[in-house]
Ligand binder design. Sequence first.
Ligand code: PGA
Length: 258
Amino acid sequence: MKVLIFPTKAEAIEKAGDLITEKIRSNPTCTLGLATGGTMEPLYARLRAKGESLDCSRVTTFNLDEYVGIGPSHPQSYHAYMRLQLFDHLNFDPSNTHIPIGDAPDLEQEADRYERAVQDSGGIDLQLLGIGANGHIGFNEPCSSLGSRTRLKTLTSATRDANARFFKDHEVVPRYAITMGIKTILDAKEVVVLATGSKKAKACREMIEGAVSSYWPASALQLHPKVTALLDEEAAADLELREYLETVHPAGRDVKVV
Ligand code: PGA
């Protein structure tokens, strides 16, 4: 795993924006895996600011997950989030943007359909990930199978508590989600994880230095050959190898080995 530690959150976000922009410019028909959550908001703001200079008209996207029980027009759905944060501001073709349908009549069928759609697209070129304080990626909560595919998951109370800030009261926070599986994520050709803030420090330590274990789902990324983790100082605070990692990439920069 390539671990880049940045002095500030803004620099970590700038790097994530650069990686996505470079991917789209070098391969205008690429398939991106997209994430939601508070961490991604400033990143999507950076991409929005690129306006017409970033041609997304032939990009395909697959979001990681969606809450069960709320449909695409619900304001707290990830469909609404993506429209607000990104899709309505750049020239994405709506027929190429994919998010599971959280109020589908048959949720298991919807999860299977979504998994097939990811595979039929030819696979994800670059998967963007956040990380939960409990180490989840997508909504793959602790003890998710490392071989899992898109399916229904019950959210932990920690995740419901963390996401309650987006809902008007705790009672209405969804209890279930449809999420890409850990294996679905590991199938992406390249993964970029963005983690900022002290609440993510323990999860980042487990992702980078811990044993590979379904208890910390993000640790499964150690099995992937091309992962870049972008951390700010706070998210990197618990890393035992921090000094070494910062020597390899000072302030998040690539250093040429001569
Ligand atoms: P956050 O969520 O960016 O809102 O902290 C990240 C996640 O749960 O994956």
